[in-house]
Design a protein around this ligand. Structure first.
Ligand code: GDP
Ligand code: IMO
Ligand code: MG
Length: 435
């Protein structure tokens, strides 16, 4: 089988710079598809004066000739989706004829958000620090076989019946979760939700189709498909730092399930990692730092959530973590972002392994104390920055295919002889490049 599919995944806890990377790589692909998560994701793409933060629509939409797919594995808040479409259209980016949404993707409803907030605050529950978008409860309903799928929005009688049933149940759950503060529980009205979602369904209807068929037919024609991961390996429901994870399969395996493209179609998996590390929300973070140094890194890296605005926790590059992500995803190459954020540090600790008690063992690397912002040529980098990259490459035993030196498209170093270039060359017959 022709292998023209490439998966791009976050190798840490999300926000690695997947948006920038997917936008860059998208010029080599005809199709860009999301396969999991929802509008908990925030993928930033900076093009000149424009800063786009895409949440549900794949970043490939910003390339005029690329087609964007929201696969069956995604959970969709139709309100968030229609807003995103409107934002793109008002920036002059038309999605008509280029956006395809799976009939089988599940729908996030207002009570999912409420139940999530209630659960986060309920006594005795672990506080995950979610994005409160209703992602977890929507996946719960999917797995519980009581979810609402996109195609159900087009069948008014069954939509009404579904919402009537669900609202009864969800109101009871919300009341139970809010026991200690009954006034916080909002009662949902099934008729209002029904009317709203019927109308939202009509808005998205032109985009809805069987995306598994669409993608498989494209793959049969040899067209190149980029599968855009959201979140990161350590947020994977199975392999991440459970329970401090998201509710979907963020790792490469999830790309097949979430699109209907078979594993035999996959040519490669590419990881994205920062040159250091961040995390938003609760849960373990072995290399986390606090205090003035953390504040400085957070400021320089602008480490505030793209979706919730929360300050991101920051820490050092963690070699065992990347090795773990490389194993789970079968990474062929790694793209390192935000090298420039380290420019002002006199020394840079790197976690090279963990002590038996789980605490990191660091090796300190000398900093380069010169700006690398916007550099595009590997040989232009200060020698110590190159040493840092070579040190990381040796420790993680992975090809480094690209290095990002700023948020913009052209602030990127393409490593010419890398495995990444080989992969892109293989999947992209020159005549197919989408530009
Ligand atoms: P994603 O969720 O993986 O797509 O990442 P986010 O967009 O949430 O967060 C990454 C942030 O870093 C965004 O604000 C990007 O514009 C920014 N960014 C990406 N690459 C670089 C880089 O190489 N240097 C700097 N300074 N910022 C970057
Ligand atoms: P992108 O795609 C970083 C985190 C939340 C929380 C946990 C569960 O931009 O990398 P959820 O709302 O998914 O149930 O929250 O996962 N989280 C992210 N952290 N980047 C993301 O997406 C995230 N999506 C969810 O902060 O800790
Ligand atoms: Mg993000």
């Amino acid at each position: 089988m022709h292998q023209s599919c490439v998966i791009v995944v976050g190798a840490q806890w999300g926000d690695e710079g997947k948006g920038k990377v997917v936008d860059l790589l998208a010029s080599h692909f005809q199709w860009i598809a999301r396969y999991q998560g929802g509008h908990n994701a925030g993928h930033t793409v900076v093009i000149g004066d424009h800063r786009f933060v895409l949440q549900l629509i794949p970043c490939g939409i910003l390339r005029p000739n690329a087609k964007a797919v929201i696969g069956n594995g995604v959970v969709i808040d139709p309100l968030a989706l229609t807003k995103e479409v409107a934002t793109l259209e008002s920036a002059g980016i038309s999605v008509a004829g280029r956006l395809f949404i799976s009939t089988r993707a599940h729908v996030i409803l207002p009570y999912h958000r409420l139940i999530e907030t209630a659960a986060e605050n309920a006594p005795g529950r672990v506080k995950i620090g979610t994005t409160s978008r209703g992602i977890g409860p929507a996946y719960e309903d999917k797995m519980g076989r009581r979810g609402l799928r996109v195609q159900d929005l087009f069948d008014p009688p069954s939509l009404r019946a579904h919402i009537q049933n669900a609202v009864g149940e969800k109101n009871a759950i919300a009341r139970a979760l809010y026991q200690s503060e009954p006034n916080a529980a909002r009662e949902f009205n099934a008729e209002i939700i029904y009317a709203d979602y019927l109308a939202l369904g009509e808005k998205i209807r032109p985009y809805v189709t069987d995306t598994a068929l669409l993608l498989n037919h494209a793959a049969d024609r040899g067209e190149a498909i980029l599968l855009e991961g959201a979140q990161g390996a350590l947020l994977d429901i199975d392999h991440g730092t459970y329970p401090f994870v998201t509710s979907s399969s963020t790792t490469a395996g999830g790309a097949c399930i979430g699109t209907g493209l078979a594993p035999t179609r996959i040519r490669a998996a590419i990881g994205v990692s920062k040159a250091y590390c961040t995390r938003v929300g609760g849960g373990p973070f072995p290399t986390e730092i606090e205090g003035p140094l953390a504040d400085a890194l957070r400021q320089r890296g602008n480490e505030f959530g793209s979706v919730t605005g929360r300050p991101r926790r920051v820490g050092w590059f963690d070699v065992p973590l990347i090795r773990y992500a490389a194993m789970l995803n079968g990474l062929d190459s790694l793209i390192l972002t935000k090298l420039d954020v380290l420019d002002e540090l006199p020394t840079i600790p790197v976690c090279v392994d963990l002590h038996p008690n789980g605490t990191p063992r660091y090796e300190e690397r000398p900093g380069w104390l010169t700006s690398t912002v916007g550099m595009t040529d590997y040989n232009q980098l200060p020698p110590r920055a190159r040493e840092y990259l070579e040190f990381l490459a040796a420790k993680i035993q992975l090809d480094i295919g690209m290095i990002s030196t700023g948020p913009e498209r052209d602030q990127t170093i393409v490593v010419a002889s890398s495995r990444l270039q080989e992969i892109l060359h293989d999947v992209t017959p020159a005549s197919h490049a989408a530009r």
